[in-house]
Structures are given as structure tokens and as C-alpha cells.
Design a protein around this ligand. Structure first.
Ligand SMILES: Nc1ncnc2c1ncn2[C@@H]1O[C@H](COP(=O)(O)OP(=O)(O)OP(=O)(O)O)[C@@H](O)[C@H]1O
Length: 254
């Protein structure tokens, strides 16, 4: 399958702008069962065929359905589709599962969503370290980056977002997001051409998170203001420090 010229160029530009991959890297691509991370896994396989560098590649999945009998049905299905790409899939039974939740009324959906994602990430970080992988590739895209910015702006009182490349633990682990310059719809189009069927999410909180609210907010802004998406994304790399405030956060947050 051929990627459109624009899509191919923006993947290349993201990889290049952030020097995401170098020769000899050992890369784990994190696959959720969703379209974005499957397309990313496919892309990293294809990219390696034509890249002037070589990197080792394997996939990892944190299985929310795993039980004493082993991987759940979704993870097994995912293993089949990932192995069709020629990649091994490491399945990690999730340590944190929604039905293991304490019945705490103080926790909001957002807290729980955050905890679940953090636990998943920690499991992948530990696995990467134990198995000698220094890079984890995630399927976040431009819409995710803008929604995170809106979330941090409106709910956390800071101006920040998820970055296309992030060094952690003094550089011992790097997160990369090669789809950072693509829109969700573009990735879905690639997924359609690859005939990817998303494996349904088990997340019971999915429809009720602040992230979902940010998706609605973003789509309202885009409907009202043509070009807003491009401008917001550009703004994230165009900080005018001298036109920001120097008050302390504590003084103004409730
Ligand atoms: N259970 C999981 N196991 C491994 N990686 C995961 C898992 N869930 C999410 N990820 C990684 O984190 C990224 C962002 O997760 P998020 O939940 O926002 O994505 P998604 O919409 O569920 O799935 P996708 O982005 O693959 O379509 C995914 O693209 C994937 O790289």
C-alpha cells in the first residue's frame, strides 16, 4: 500500500524534526487494539524496509482482559493481526483493571482514567527496561496533542502538551510519537486501506472522561473558526514568553 504524498511527508518530517530513530535502536511499539497504534506498527515495519538505518522492532500490549488462564480474547486476536505484520507481540497482563477498583467515591472518572493510563505506561516502561528496549513508540496524533493542550489549559492551569519525543529516566528510555503531525482522520484512512478492524475497547470510562470533553470542545472550535486546528498546533511551537504572565500558579487557582 502506498501512503499519500502528504501523509508520507509529514511522517518523515516528524521523524526528522525530532530525530526519532537512529541506527541500532531497539523499539517497542505499544499497541492498544485501536486503529492508530496498529497503523503505527504497520508504518514502522514499512519504514524499516526503506530506511537507511536498522532498528529492532517488537510490539507490546497491556491486556486488560487477562486472567489466570492467560491472555484474553482481544489480546489473542491482536497477536494474530500483529504477527501478520511479521512482528512479535508481547502481552503483559494488566496490573490495574477497572473491576479491581476500590469503591472510592472521591475518585472522579478522570482520576481513574489517569491512574489506568499511568499504570499501563509503568508496566510498559518496566518491560522495556527488562528486555533492553530503549524506545517506545506510541500512536498519538495531532488531535491527541491538541486535546492534551486544551486539557492542561482548562483543567490543570498550565500550557503544555504531549511532545513528539520525550526522554525519560535520564535518557535511558525515549517515547516517540511518529504520527504526531497526522490527523486522526488521515490515520483512519490508512487503517481503512489496510482493512484494519479495531478491537473494541473494554474501557468502561471511555465516554465519560475529560479527554472526551476536550474532543467535543476542539470540534466546536474547528467548526466555528476555519484554520483553528492548524493555528493551535502552530502555536504550540511558537511561544511568546514575554507575553505570558509571571504570577505564581498558587495565587490564582482555587
Ligand atoms: N492496552 C494498551 N497496550 C499497549 N499500548 C497501549 C494500550 N492502550 C494504549 N496504548 C498506547 O497508547 C496510545 C494512546 O492510547 P489511547 O488509549 O489514547 O489510544 P486508543 O484510541 O485506545 O488506541 P489507538 O490510539 O491505538 O487507536 C496508543 O496509541 C498506544 O500506542
Amino acid at each position: 500500500m502506498l501512503l499519500s504524498r502528504g501523509v508520507n511527508r509529514r511522517i518523515g518530517r516528524a521523524m526528522h524534526d525530532y530525530s526519532m530513530l537512529t541506527d541500532g535502536d531497539r523499539v517497542l511499539v505499544a499497541v492498544s487494539g485501536g486503529i492508530d497504534s496498529f497503523v503505527l506498527a504497520w508504518l514502522l515495519v514499512e519504514w524499516r524496509k526503506k530506511a537507511p538505518i536498522h532498528y529492532d522492532l517488537a510490539a507490546v500490549h497491556v491486556d486488560m482482559e487477562a486472567d489466570a488462564n492467560g491472555p484474553g480474547p482481544m489480546a489473542q486476536k491482536l497477536r494474530r493481526s500483529i504477527s501478520a505484520l511479521g512482528l512479535p507481540l508481547h502481552i503483559l497482563p494488566a496490573r490495574w483493571q477497572p473491576d479491581l477498583l476500590p469503591t472510592e467515591t472521591t475518585k472522579t472518572y478522570h482520576d481513574l482514567c489517569f491512574q489506568c493510563a499511568r499504570s499501563r505506561r509503568t508496566q510498559m516502561f518496566v518491560y522495556a527496561r527488562e528486555c533492553g528496549y530503549h524506545t517506545i513508540a506510541l500512536g498519538h496524533h495531532r488531535d491527541d496533542i491538541i486535546e492534551t493542550f486544551l486539557l492542561n489549559l482548562t483543567c490543570a492551569g498550565n500550557i503544555s502538551t504531549m511532545v513528539p519525543k520525550q526522554n525519560l529516566f535520564s535518557g535511558r528510555l525515549t517515547l516517540i510519537r511518529p504520527l504526531a503531525y497526522l490527523d486522526k482522520v488521515e490515520i483512519e484512512e490508512v487503517g481503512r486501506q489496510l482493512r484494519v478492524t479495531p478491537i473494541r475497547s473494554l474501557c468502561p470510562l471511555r465516554e465519560q472522561t475529560k479527554r472526551r470533553d476536550m474532543q467535543h470542545l476542539a470540534s466546536l472550535i474547528y467548526q466555528q473558526i476555519p484554520g483553528a486546528k492548524e493555528h493551535i498546533f502552530a502555536a504550540l511551537g511558537n511561544i511568546r514568553q514575554q507575553y505570558l504572565l509571571n504570577q505564581s500558579k498558587e495565587r490564582h487557582l482555587p
